[in-house]
Ligand binder design. Sequence first.
Ligand code: HEC
Length: 175
Amino acid sequence: MHKIKIIYILLIVIFISCKKEEEYKLIASVPDLEMPTNHLKFKEIEEYKNYKIVGTHFRTDKKELRYILANNKAFKAYNEGTPFPNGSKIVKIGWTVKNMSNFNPALEANKVQRIEYMIKDNKRFSKNPGNWGYARFVKKEENYQAWSKGTTSCISCHNIAKDNGYLFTKMQKLQ
Ligand code: HEC
């Protein structure tokens, strides 16, 4: 009887430890805005808080701190150096900076200036180089606005990065 009890407890322990850890999804509520030209929605990247950081940049002319995040599909491709599959999403968030109040030499992110993203879709964006669609939402005063000037300039400038799949960002890794 005692043995049976032990086996029973062991089975429960095994069952609990094998139970797949549920994925914790962070949903960031974003405005219901849409790009006027290609109809990409801000909501498309509502799960961006689950994306992984690929790299960080600082634009010296705009004094803007930017970090680049990738969803799982895009991150895997980045990591393995393979082509970006359909559904890859890359998000860039740009912040103004300010000196940290309790440690002046350090700069910290201050206000969000923009959220931009690229999404790979070979049906919707079959005519775009690399099949990337582009979206930009800028924050003016306290409100976000969808970029109204179209995405021709995005496409032509990102052509500079053609050899890297039209992405400027390279994966930052510890060496
Ligand atoms: C004049 C050139 C230029 C234009 C125009 C431009 N970009 Fe970029 N973009 C860059 C550069 C350089 C980077 C990398 C440095 C940085 O983070 O700013 C970048 C980075 C990005 C990234 C991160 C992935 C990557 O390629 O590194 C996204 C997403 C992005 N841009 C979206 C857009 C969107 C959307 C538009 C148009 C509304 C746009 N870009 C217009 C030059 C440009």
